[in-house]
Write a protein that binds this ligand. Structure first.
Ligand SMILES: *[C@@H]1O[C@H](CO)[C@@H](O)[C@H](O)[C@H]1NC(C)=O
Ligand SMILES: *[C@@H]1O[C@H](CO)[C@@H](O)[C@H](O)[C@H]1NC(C)=O
Ligand SMILES: *[C@@H]1O[C@H](CO)[C@@H](O)[C@H](O)[C@H]1NC(C)=O
Ligand SMILES: *[C@@H]1O[C@H](CO)[C@@H](O)[C@H](O)[C@H]1NC(C)=O
Ligand SMILES: *[C@@H]1O[C@H](CO)[C@@H](O)[C@H](O)[C@H]1NC(C)=O
Ligand SMILES: *[C@@H]1O[C@H](CO)[C@@H](O)[C@H](O)[C@H]1NC(C)=O
Ligand SMILES: *[C@@H]1O[C@H](CO)[C@@H](O)[C@H](O)[C@H]1NC(C)=O
Ligand SMILES: *[C@@H]1O[C@H](CO)[C@@H](O)[C@H](O)[C@H]1NC(C)=O
Ligand SMILES: *[C@@H]1O[C@H](CO)[C@@H](O)[C@H](O)[C@H]1NC(C)=O
Ligand SMILES: *[C@@H]1O[C@H](CO)[C@@H](O)[C@H](O)[C@H]1NC(C)=O
Ligand SMILES: *[C@@H]1O[C@H](CO)[C@@H](O)[C@H](O)[C@H]1NC(C)=O
Ligand SMILES: *[C@@H]1O[C@H](CO)[C@@H](O)[C@H](O)[C@H]1NC(C)=O
Length: 814
């Protein structure tokens, strides 16, 4: 939607093509041949790779027997005597012709023979490879070149910069690299230079100021750094200046006010410093001012609201402050306002009620107090973000009579009382986040009537009751978090069939796992920890093949761990700890594919992102940490915790094959036999806890292979012999981790081993390493390898600590 809106808002086309036909004239034969050659090379590339029979995309009419001026997608000149091809609208052409096919950028080359072209739109075709340089310089009549949304890579061909008549150049959403060099400056007639969403790097050159005709300059989503040369202030015709999402580190030039025609000044997501310069006051045509997510400081001047044309004012995410005691009488009519984290204190400013066109309001991360104002509840906004403030009291029912409200985020305040019964009247709401407040009472049944609801976060409140709203299987609701409340009764199962995340943990749900849970076949994340779930771990769980996270920690499950669980090939976090599970660990546990080779698609997170990006410039703050985690290495989300059960017998050797595991905890069970040698294969493991079992024999020397190991606990077993040495093992010298065994020795616990029983010698490489790394004193230096990531992933799955969380006292439980 963001892209769409950019496109809608996209710059005015500076010329128009007249479409009329003169059947008595044909297009030049060489142009027709060039087009046919283009068509057949696209076909040659695509047909072989797809089963597509029927040509679509508008090229059905392209056949050699007809006049190419009559073809779809082709525009010819009607004014001159020669009917030359002047326009080609090949937007989404290849993709509709051959979906999911990789088509090389060389297919474009024939088009470069059509020297009369003025407009060439090849956007959204996902063409791959370098933009062809061969012949592009022929197109010196080109005014409009749109190459958005392809997969062009490499550098921008310098030949492009010889197209002197170019007025519109859009290169967004590609993968170009390199430095935007001085050659751009020779494009004296260039009026629009749009290099959006590529990966251009380097500083923006001084010669940019030579492009005095530019009306729109967009370098959005590149990697420009440093300072923009002041010469850009010579671009007095500029109407749109869009440098969003680069790494510019500079102050906003104090004489920015000389760009008097500017209507959009979009500099968000850079590292701009300094204050908002006073000269902005003179930009009387300014409609959009986007400065959010920079390092700007100082007090936000109230005169900004005197700019009559202003509609979008986004200043959030800086070090700016807003003095809420200053009198304000806005002369503008804003549609968007973001004053996120602007140290706004006191009541929600009343002047906002004068902004009758307001659709988007972000006042999150401030120090706002008082209750939710009635005027705001009645204001029909589309998006209200007030998370992370000190607001309190109940929500006014009129808020839920709005038919426009689509995002409401009030998390981490002190709102209280029951949710209005009429909450289901807001049929438009898509995202409802009320986490970490003090709401109580029942979750209103009407909430299940909200057809568009996608994300519901009611976690960390005081909601209670034993009847959960029943959602239609066809509902859109995909992300549900009601954890940490006081909900009780049977586990609810009436959710949308497309549910992805279901977090019901830390409540008082009881009874067995309902069979109908397995209807939720898209479920990726099922978190039921800290409840009173009883009965066996059912086989049907194995049918939920999308499961990536299964957390049943701290319930009362009993019986064996079903063998079938290893069929859950996407599973990467499995927590069955603190239950009454008994019997052996299934021998095939080592078959859980997701813990061996963690897939590199973590749809759980990326999906949250996809829909958060749909709202232009809205970055949702759902579960705070989720967002922060998304950019990290994905393989960190992998662990297995079976601790604090009654599991017995030997540990299956196959467990050592779970090479992606970061954390393995089998402590506090009744496991016996020896620790498998295969554990030396847990190459990613950072935390390994086998304590409080009946393990006997020696600690296998293979553990010295575990280069990531930061925590090892084998205490309270019956282990004997020498603690292996080498690599990380040398640093694991906490005596508590080895305590209460039947005769362990080694330098880690400062207990020399008797000479009579030499340890099985470790492989030579490990010995060599231990020589250089070994040191008694600096032993802790190596400890934190990757440990932070374990903590992070632990937090992600809902734990605050790696140790079992203390249950809050409960009367019903013995
Ligand atoms: C169509 O072409 C004929 C010559 O073949 C010319 O006389 C006539 O003016 C053209 N009409 C248009 C609308 O260009
Ligand atoms: C397409 O393939 C056919 C036969 O495979 C070949 O004759 C023709 O030259 C090819 N066309 C192009 C443009 O590569
Ligand atoms: C088409 O598919 C074949 C085999 O499936 C592959 O080798 C070839 O690279 C593909 N062509 C393109 C252009 O992707
Ligand atoms: C561009 O993409 C093509 C195909 O995807 C690849 O073969 C080539 O190495 C890439 N070139 C650069 C400079 O990344
Ligand atoms: C840009 O303009 C400056 C001053 O007019 C001139 O010295 C410089 O050569 C120009 N650069 C290019 C690349 O034309
Ligand atoms: C910013 O640009 C980078 C690429 O340079 C991209 O990965 C990222 O998603 C962009 N962020 C936003 C919020 O658009
Ligand atoms: C600004 O826009 C107006 C009207 O579009 C135009 O006449 C004028 O030349 C532009 N340039 C400057 C520097 O004002
Ligand atoms: C805010 O404005 C009021 C009224 O002008 C003034 O008394 C107060 O000192 C200002 N507060 C800050 C923090 O600047
Ligand atoms: C709801 O939003 C639409 C479009 O943004 C707007 O036209 C309409 O006036 C709004 N409705 C109300 C009641 O504000
Ligand atoms: C939250 O609000 C309640 C009254 O509703 C009040 O008693 C309590 O002190 C507030 N808590 C905080 C942390 O402000
Ligand atoms: C929740 O509200 C109750 C009164 O309704 C209050 O006593 C309690 O302090 C509030 N909790 C928090 C965390 O503010
Ligand atoms: C369980 O799902 C079936 C359909 O698969 C449905 O008919 C039945 O009513 C559901 N039971 C409960 C308790 O929701």
């Amino acid at each position: 939607m963001a892209k769409l809106s950019i496109r809608i808002a996209s710059f005015i086309i500076f010329f128009s093509f007249s479409l009329s036909f003169n059947t008595s004239l044909c297009c030049p034969n060489e142009q027709k041949l060039a087009l046919l050659q283009f068509k057949s090379s696209v076909f040659n590339e695509s047909i072989s790779n797809s089963s597509l029979d029927i040509p679509i995309g508008g090229v059905e009419s392209w056949d050699s027997s007809s006049d190419c001026c009559q073809w779809d997608l082709v525009t010819c000149n009607t004014r001159s005597a020669l009917r030359n091809v002047v326009g080609l609208d090949l937007y989404s052409f290849v993709i509709s012709l051959a979906p999911e096919t990789v088509v090389s950028s060389v297919v474009l080359e024939p088009l470069f023979q059509i020297r009369s072209l003025m407009k060439l739109d090849i956007s959204s075709n996902f063409l791959q490879g370098q933009f062809p340089t061969n012949g592009i310089a022929n197109l010196n009549k080109l005014v409009h070149l749109d190459m958005r949304e392809n997969r062009f890579n490499g550098s921008i061909p310098p030949q492009l910069f010889s197209l002197k008549n170019l007025q519109y150049l859009d290169m967004s959403s590609n993968s170009f690299v390199g430095v935007l060099n001085g050659e751009v400056a020779t494009l004296r007639n260039l009026r629009v230079l749009n290099l959006d969403e590529n990966f251009l790097t380097g500083e923006i050159p001084t010669d940019i100021g030579n492009l005095t005709q530019l009306r729109r300059l967009s370098l959005r989503q590149n990697r420009f750094s440093g300072v923009i040369s002041k010469s850009f202030l010579q671009l007095t015709e500029l109407e749109v200046l869009d440098f969003r999402n680069n790494s510019l580190s500079m102050e906003i030039p104090i004489d920015i006010g000389s760009l008097s025609n500017i209507s959009t000044l979009a500099l968000s997501m850079n590292q701009l410093t300094g204050e908002i310069p006073p000269s902005i006051k003179s930009l009387s045509k300014l409609v959009t001012l986007q400065l959010e997510n920079n390092l700007l400081s100082g007090e936000i001047p109230t005169w900004l609201l005197d700019i009559k044309a202003l509609k979008i004012l986004n200043l959030g995410g800086n070090h700016l402050t807003w003095n809420n005691s200053l009198p304000v009488a806005p002369k503008c009519m804003l549609s968007q306002l973001s004053l996120k984290s602007c140290r706004l204190a006191g009541l929600i400013p009343f002047w906002i009620s004068t902004q009758k066109n307001l659709d988007f309001l972000d006042l999150s991360e401030n120090e706002l107090e008082g209750t939710f104002p009635r005027w705001l509840a009645k204001s029909n906004l589309g998006t209200i973000l007030l998370s992370d403030n000190k607001l309190m009291g109940p929500l006014p029912p009129p808020l839920f009579q709005s038919l426009n409200l689509s995002v409401l985020a009030l998390s981490r305040n002190n709102f209280s009382g029951e949710l209005p019964k009429n909450i289901g009247d807001t049929t438009s709401i898509m995202i409802l986040m009320l986490a970490n407040n003090n709401f109580s009472g029942l979750i209103p049944k009407s909430i299940s009537k909200i057809y568009r609801l996608l994300l519901l976060d009611l976690s960390h409140n005081q909601f209670s009751g034993s009847t959960f709203p029943s959602f239609s299987p066809k509902a859109l609701l995909a992300y549900i978090d009601v954890s940490s409340n006081r909900l009780s009764g049977q586990l609810p199962v009436n959710f949308a069939l497309g549910t992805r995340i279901l977090a019901l943990g830390d409540n008082e749900f009881s009874g067995p796992l309902p069979t109908n849970l397995s209807n939720l076949s898209q479920l990726e994340h099922l978190d039921l920890h800290n409840n009173y779930i009883t009965g066996n771990l059912p086989e049907f769980l194995a049918q939920m093949s999308s499961l990536q996270v299964l957390n049943l920690r701290n319930n009362s499950l009993e019986g064996q761990i079903p063998n079938a669980l290893s069929k859950l090939s996407s599973l990467r976090i499995l927590d069955l700890s603190v239950n009454n599970l008994s019997g052996r660990i299934p021998a095939n546990i080592g078959n859980i594919v997701g813990m061996i080779k963690t897939p590199n698609t973590f749809t759980l997170i990326s999906d949250v992102f996809t829909f958060s990006i749909e709202f232009s410039d809205l970055i949702l703050n759902w579960k705070k940490s989720l967002q922060g985690l998304s950019s990290r290495n994905l393989e960190i989300y992998c662990f297995l915790d079976l601790s604090r059960n009654r599991l017995s017998g030997e540990v299956p050797t196959s467990m050592g094959g779970l090479t992606s595991l970061k954390l393995l905890n089998i402590s506090h069970n009744k496991l016996s036999g020896s620790i498998p040698m295969s554990f030396g294969g847990l190459e990613s493991v950072e935390s390994l806890d086998m304590s409080h079992n009946y393990f006997s024999g020696k600690i296998p020397w293979t553990l010295a292979n575990l280069q990531q190991l930061g925590t090892l606990d084998v205490s309270n077993n019956k282990l004997v012999g020498q603690i292996p040495m080498g690599s990380q093992m040398d640093r694991l010298n906490d005596p508590n981790s080895f305590a209460n065994n039947s005769g362990l020795c080694g330098m880690q616990i400062q207990r020399p081993c008797p000479m009579t029983s030499p340890p099985k010698s470790p492989p030579r490489s490990v010995v060599a390493k231990s020589d250089t790394w070994f040191s008694w004193n600096g032993a802790w230096v190596g400890f934190p390898i990757g440990f932070v990531s374990v903590l992070v992933s632990a937090y992600f799955s809902g734990y605050l600590t790696l140790k079992p969380r203390r249950r809050r006292p409960r009367s019903i439980r013995k």
